[in-house]
Design a protein around this ligand. Structure first.
Ligand code: NAP
Ligand code: G4F
Length: 336
């Protein structure tokens, strides 16, 4: 039985990855921070199958202790300040967690597991996955983007992720640590945080349909993203760590759509015309925008055999359907 340690266990990807690894027969540990983590209840249903250990990417000693206690074969570093607009308000914190947090985990792995080779074999037994991001491409130099496309990040978040990416490559090259960076394009699900645009739309549509909300206020409707289903993407993370040699992979669907198209489909699913309900407000515009992301995931397809299984329309409908269910349940319990 293999053992995995997941940071960011309370996040969208953390729960899908934990479920997937449990299905595969892994012993799964999740790193959780704070005394009373408000999102702890999101992972309660995974307990006791997943065991929680305390730790914070800001605290080096806690990461070393977590590795010593869990003795993982695989570490998935999903924890981050991940909401792009927040990264302008809390740029320093974003750099500390999303950037330097990766270094702290890699250092913990090096200290606990060692470095270099003995008799041609890698000394360190721990395999490391870093959650890199298509935000690193930012003001894109070419379309579509692949593993060789240069980075031009447009937010403190994107800059921190570029650091996380290169320090992962550097620890692989400097210390022979089995470290992979997955450059994942946007992936969504009914578990997506409500601040991200897809979930904001699916929740808004459900609430408008049920008469709980009158309008939906958004920012840049022209931005285009390569949106896939998070449940598919965690399988790519796992596949990366099963290869004979560590490497970096772009993961995405190869199809992009605008925020406007997402809203149009979501409203149409419940029989409404988006133009009657969506208003834009400069409040939701960004100081520097990433206009268009589109993945060339040829390497993930050919080397890992990874393919997305959920289409754009299916994703939109899955999210609206889940929020309709949630809003109806809330209403039945008198919660508005
Ligand atoms: P998410 O839902 O925002 O989850 C972020 C996680 O990070 C939460 O569990 C949060 O835990 C944890 N965290 C924040 N600060 C921490 C700290 N100081 N120490 C330990 N944990 C901390 O993110 P996601 O969508 O699942 O994404 C997972 C990872 O993939 C992130 O690194 C994200 O940047 C990256 N990524 C995501 C996408 C996407 O489209 N979803 C695409 C590319 C890359 P708390 O409960 O303690 O807040
Ligand atoms: O949903 P978003 O906030 O996601 P964004 O900025 O692309 O970042 C997500 O994907 C990255 C991968 O590329 C991850 F690394 C990152 O952690 C995160 O998961 O915004 C998507 C687009 C943006 O162009 C934004 O300007 O939607 C546009 N948008 C328009 N109106 C809006 C809104 N975004 C948000 N959050 N809220 C709006 O009202």
């Amino acid at each position: 039985m293999k053992t995995a340690l997941i940071t960011g266990i309370t996040g969208q990807d953390g729960t899908y990855l934990a479920e997937y690894l449990l299905q595969l027969g892994y012993k799964v540990y999740g790193l959780i921070r704070g005394q009373n983590n408000p999102k702890r209840e999101w992972v309660e249903r995974l307990l006791p199958d997943v065991e929680l250990v305390h730790g914070d990417l800001l605290d080096q000693a806690s990461l070393i202790a977590a590795l010593e206690y869990t003795k993982p074969d695989e570490v998935y570093n999903l924890a981050a300040v991940s909401f792009v607009p927040l990264s302008w308000n809390q740029a320093e914190l974003t750099g500390e967690v999303t950037g330097l947090g990766v270094l702290r985990m890699l250092e913990a792995i090096r200290i606990v597991g060692g470095s270099g080779r003995r008799n041609g074999q890698r000394v360190n037994p721990i395999r490391f996955y870093q959650a890199s991001s298509s935000e690193m491409f930012g003001k894109v130099r070419e379309t579509p983007q692949n593993e060789r496309t240069p980075f031009h990040p447009r937010s403190p978040y994107g800059v921190a992720k570029v650091y996380g990416h290169y320090i992962t490559v550097n620890y692989r090259e400097s210390y022979d640590i089995y470290a992979c960076s997955g450059i994942l394009f946007n992936h969504e699900s009914p578990r997506r945080g409500p601040e991200f645009v897809t979930r904001k739309i699916s929740m808004g549509v459900a609430r408008i349909k049920l008469g709980k909300q009158r309008e939906l206020v958004l920012g840049n409707l022209d931005a285009r993203r390569d949106w896939g289903f998070a449940g598919d993407y965690v399988k790519a993370m796992h596949l990366m760590l099963q290869q004979p040699e560590p490497d970096d992979y772009v993961v995405g669907t190869g199809e992009s759509h605008s925020v406007r198209e997402f809203a149009e489909l979501a409203f149409a699913y419940v029989g409404l015309d988006w133009r009657d309900y969506v208003r834009t407000d400069p409040r939701f515009m960004r100081p520097a925008e990433v206009d268009h992301l589109l993945a060339d995931a040829t390497k993930a397809r050919t080397v890992l055999g990874w393919r997305p299984t959920v289409s754009f329309r299916e994703l939109v409908e899955m999210m609206v359907e889940a929020d309709l269910r949630l809003e109806r349940e809330k209403a039945a319990r008198g919660l508005g």
